[in-house]
Design a protein around this ligand. Structure first.
Ligand SMILES: Nc1ncnc2c1ncn2[C@@H]1O[C@H](COP(=O)(O)OP(=O)(O)OP(=O)(O)O)[C@@H](O)[C@H]1O
Ligand SMILES: [Mg+2]
Length: 264
């Protein structure tokens, strides 16, 4: 156990340095610096509008920073396109689920794998279907992922017909189809009841262990974050106001004032 903790604390995988993003006069992310270590489950919390999703958008190349640096395995990634960042090993889910509603569960995963795997070979560039052997491998992998997220019984269901919790799980499976090293989850428990939240929490821990993942989790449900995360960063009005282990963050006066005091 001690060894595991040491390992988590010694190997940086993602490093934000003075990361800043303005939207007009608003500073959505303001001089934010932190390091996420390999195999950590790292929580990102803060009130609505604190800048959490903006931080994910910066990390995945959807938007560019106004200033600052972002290092992944020691390399600057802020200039990369979203698909380049994804193929380097950073995958995400979205706060507002973004599945292809008319496609089945398995098709949603296969599409993600095709884009990922073929992005640097001719078939992908030309829009050609992959070779049958590759296709078979993709299908097998997609079935494994659906089993992992507990959706084996729903492979042929259209995404839009799945219950909400299953859609969230399917989105996680789709992100995992990119075979990431870091998985960014933007409010994966939103809209779930307590039982579903508890089961999701177990599931996140399970995939982190089984797939050797580093996970960054944005979540408003404080007990879930506190129970699951190794460390937690707290944002408020774009600024990092606390960073540390759950117990330390829970009792930090600035956090209590900005966030935990609200509604708890
Ligand atoms: N594309 C954009 N254009 C203008 N303002 C934006 C844009 N994206 C985010 N913002 C603003 O930046 C701030 C941070 O937004 P962000 O979505 O990152 O917050 P959040 O912490 O994810 O909040 P929530 O918990 O509600 O999801 C907000 O004031 C938001 O209105
Ligand atoms: Mg958000």
């Amino acid at each position: 156990m001690d060894e595991e903790v040491d390992l988590k604390h010694n190997e940086p995988i993602l490093e934000a340095q003075q990361l800043t993003r303005h939207f007009g006069g608003l500073v959505a992310v303001n001089q934010v610096s932190f390091t996420v270590n390999k195999h950590e489950i790292f929580g990102l919390i803060g009130p609505n509008g604190a800048g959490k999703t903006t931080l994910f958008n910066l990390m995945t190349g959807l938007i560019q920073p106004s200033s600052g640096k972002l290092l992944y395995c020691g390399q600057e990634i802020l200039k990369l396109r979203p698909h380049q960042i994804a193929s380097k090993g950073i995958a995400r889910t979205f706060q507002n689920i973004r599945l292809f509603g008319e496609l089945t569960a398995i098709e949603n995963i296969s599409v993600a794998r095709h884009i990922h795997i073929n992005s640097n070979v001719f078939t992908g560039v030309l829009g050609l279907p992959p070779a049958p052997k590759e296709e078979q491998k993709n299908k097998q992998k997609a079935l494994e992922l659906l089993a992992l997220v507990g959706l084996s019984g729903r492979i042929s269901e259209k995404a839009r017909n799945l219950p909400y919790g299953d859609q969230r799980r399917l989105e996680i499976a789709r992100a995992l189809a990119l075979e990431p090293q870091i998985l960014l989850l933007d409010e994966p428990a939103a809209g779930m009841n307590l039982k579903e939240k508890q089961s999701l929490s177990k599931f996140i821990r399970q995939i982190a262990t089984e797939l050797n993942l580093t996970i960054i989790l944005i979540e408003h449900h404080v007990p879930l974050v506190m129970g699951l995360c190794d460390r937690i960063a707290v944002l408020d009005f774009g600024q990092l106001i606390a960073l540390g282990q759950p117990e330390k963050v829970r009792t930090d006066p600035a956090v209590i004032e900005a966030y935990l005091g609200v509604g708890s």
